[in-house]
Each structure stands twice: as structure tokens, then as C-alpha cells.
Ligand binder design. Structure first.
Ligand code: FMN
Length: 184
């Protein structure tokens, strides 16, 4: 068994689950809860799909429609919190990030990989969240210009592993992800 006191190994476990989320649609980290702060200060949380996880850069990616309220929130306050629970590993992953909203030519590579059946997620009219007169009174035309990548530059990672003796650690970008154990 690996050393439970190894901070770097614990962090690697967390990143392995994040990469699994990108690779497999049935992995728990595929669908993090993504929380932002609305311009009026209200916390907002919703599910997104995890599309990229790069440990070397400390960056995660999600894709969205540029007209959604989460983008309004991020333009006002470019921070997000992500939450993932991995039941099979008894692991909670909490992340904080500064978010860069990418569009246009900067996201050509990502758009090229979005399957045609998924492209309709970008361009919904009226704008997502708008009241409509009938349950299906909306269109999904697949608009390239509505496609946005949320590039999440992680600033903080908090891992909790439930076991006979729980383990909790915090990692921050400021100390190069060295990490410190926390009382759980
Ligand atoms: C399983 C699942 C996956 C989702 N993935 C995404 C996603 O990757 N990007 C996204 O913008 N919305 C995604 N959604 C929809 C959002 O949860 C949300 O309803 C929508 O984006 C509007 O959010 P907002 O009004 O807070 O901006 C997903 C919803 C579910 C249930």
C-alpha cells in the first residue's frame, strides 16, 4: 500500500480522477458541479462536462454557450468553484479557479472535436434561461459563434479521502502545489 502521508501521491490521485473524467463519460469527474457568483452576489451552481485536464498547466476546461448566465457571472467575477465526489474512491475533490473565457479562432481546435450531435448545445434561442410560452418553444441551431471554452486556471485544490482515518489536504498554486495536510 502506498504511504498515506505522501502529499504528492494524494494530489496525483486527485488528478488521475480528473483525467478519468475527461476520458470516460461514466467517470464521476465527467460532470463536476461548477459554481459561480452572479453579478448581484448570488451563488449559482450547475453541472458541466469536464473536457480537458492538464496537471502541468493546472488547467481544466469546460465548454458552454457564450449567452448563458454562467458567462455573465464569469465576466463580472472570473472565478469558479468546482466540486466532484468520487464514490468508488471515497474522495471529494474541491477546486477553485480563475476562469478565462475563450471564443472565436482561439477555440477552433476544440470546436473541430465537438461531434455534430453535440454542436446543437451551442446557439440555443432564445438565450438559455429565458421564459418561453411552450415547453418546446426554443431552437437549437448549432452556432459556431456561440461556442465558448471556459479555461479554468486552478488556484486551490482541497482533497478529502474518507477512510478509517480520514485524510484531507490543501494545495495552492502559490507554493507550486506542494500541499499541506488539514484536519478533516
Ligand atoms: C449532465 C449534464 C451536463 C451538462 N454539461 C454542460 C456543459 O458542459 N456546459 C454547459 O454550459 N452546460 C451544461 N449543462 C447544463 C447546465 O447544467 C445548465 O443547465 C446550463 O448550462 C445553464 O446554466 P446557467 O444558466 O447557470 O449558465 C449540463 C447539464 C447536465 C445535466
Amino acid at each position: 500500500m502506498s504511504d498515506p502521508n505522501d502529499l504528492a501521491a494524494f494530489l496525483s490521485d486527485g488528478w488521475r480522477h480528473l483525467r478519468d473524467g475527461v476520458a470516460r463519460s461514466d467517470a464521476p469527474a465527467r460532470f463536476p458541479t461548477f459554481a459561480t457568483v452572479a453579478p448581484d452576489g448570488t451563488p449559482e451552481a450547475r453541472t458541466v462536462a469536464l473536457r480537458a485536464a492538464d496537471q502541468d498547466r493546472g488547467v481544466l476546461e469546460a465548454h458552454t454557450d457564450i449567452t448563458t448566465p454562467k458567462v455573465v457571472a464569469l465576466r463580472h467575477n472570473p472565478v469558479a468553484a468546482l466540486h466532484i465526489w468520487v464514490p468508488s474512491a471515497d474522495l471529494q475533490i474541491r477546486l477553485t479557479a480563475r476562469v478565462t473565457i475563450l471564443t472565436g479562432p482561439d477555440v477552433d481546435a476544440q470546436w473541430a472535436k465537438v461531434p455534430a450531435t453535440s454542436r446543437v448545445s451551442y446557439g440555443t434561442t432564445p438565450t438559455p434561461g429565458t421564459p418561453i410560452a411552450h415547453v418546446y418553444a426554443y431552437e437549437k441551431p448549432a452556432l459556431r459563434d456561440s461556442f465558448a471554452v471556459l479555461e479554468c486556471h486552478l488556484t486551490h485544490i482541497d482533497l478529502v479521502h474518507l477512510d478509517t482515518r480520514h485524510r484531507r489536504a490543501a494545495y495552492v498554486v502559490g507554493d507550486n502545489w506542494q500541499g499541506t495536510w488539514l484536519s478533516p
